[in-house]
Design a binder for this molecule. Structure first.
Ligand code: NDP
Length: 245
């Protein structure tokens, strides 16, 4: 019988990459918190799959852009399954527009979820994470590729990379590592929505492995960073993208 004495909180784990990470970390032996914003039934399905496979998980609704909700999520997790060891700041949204058309809502939404949402969880983690813990943030390989229309989105993720390096230093003395994963195009709703088959195919072939990433490709990287094998990697951004950049 497995013992789940370490807790991993994965934000945005109802769908896409986050759902794969939650399932992978549960397989690795963590008790997992599946955070979601609106997709309650999808989050429950992730819990069912984890439980059926012999893992332990709870779902928790919280919009990461709301600081009070993030704070009460940490309170609830500590009261029910224990202090968090691994925080995966995966929740994110992407909207593509040239800067000439970047209205205030487009700017605010992405800053609120991707940047403020990450900060909201990081500041809780900074005071609450168990010594020896891990923080894994989410950036994007678009920071290297610098595609047109990705300006605001990429800027929020560039800020996340900066926060990653600074928080890694601020955790001195706690044996807590802070890293970011920067996926390339990965087959989830976030990437696929609104793109033609032709564009998806073209983007899939950009990397030398000539395919799109799948959520499990990214979950493997997170699993490594969360494991004891990943202990010496700190303050880094790991681009997981098949070699596109
Ligand atoms: P999806 O759109 O497939 O899933 C997004 C997840 O985030 C959902 O579980 C969603 O929950 C959750 N979420 C969205 N907004 C909030 C919020 N305000 N509070 C809490 N949860 C929220 O995205 P991906 O899986 O593709 O993306 C995961 C991460 O990877 C993101 O940070 C993204 O920027 C990054 N990334 C993705 C790439 C890709 O090609 N897919 C490439 C590079 C980076 P709900 O359904 O409940 O709203």
């Amino acid at each position: 019988m497995k013992t789940f004495n370490q807790v991993a909180l994965v934000t945005g784990a109802s769908r896409g990459i986050g759902a794969s990470i939650a399932k992978r970390l549960a397989r690795d032996g963590f008790a997992v918190v599946v955070n979601y914003a609106g997709s309650e039934s999808a989050a429950r399905e992730v819990i069912t799959q984890i439980t059926k496979a012999g893992g332990r998980a709870i779902a928790h609704q919280a919009d990461v852009s709301d600081a009070a909700s993030v704070q009460s999520m940490f309170d609830h997790v500590e009261a029910t399954i224990g202090t968090v060891d691994v925080l995966v700041n995966n929740a994110g949204i992407m909207e593509l527009k040239p800067l000439a058309k970047a209205d205030t809502q487009h700017v605010d939404r992405q800053i609120d979820v991707n940047l403020k949402g990450t900060i909201n969880a990081l500041r809780e983690a900074a005071v609450r994470l168990n010594n020896g813990g891990r923080v894994i943030n989410f950036s994007t390989s678009v920071i290297g590729l610098k595609f047109e229309n990705y300006g605001v989105y990429a800027a929020t993720k560039a800020a996340v990379e900066t926060l990653t390096a600074i928080m890694a230093k601020e955790m001195r003395g706690k044996e807590i590592t802070v890293n970011a994963v920067a996926p390339g195009p990965t087959a989830t709703e976030l990437f696929l929505n609104g793109k033609s088959d032709e564009l998806i195919d073209r983007m899939a072939k950009m990397n030398p492995l000539e395919r799109l990433g799948i959520p499990d490709d990214i979950a493997s990287v997170v699993s490594f960073l969360a494991s004891t094998d990943g202990a010496w990697v700190n303050g880094q951004v790991l681009r997981a993208n098949g070699g596109v950049i």
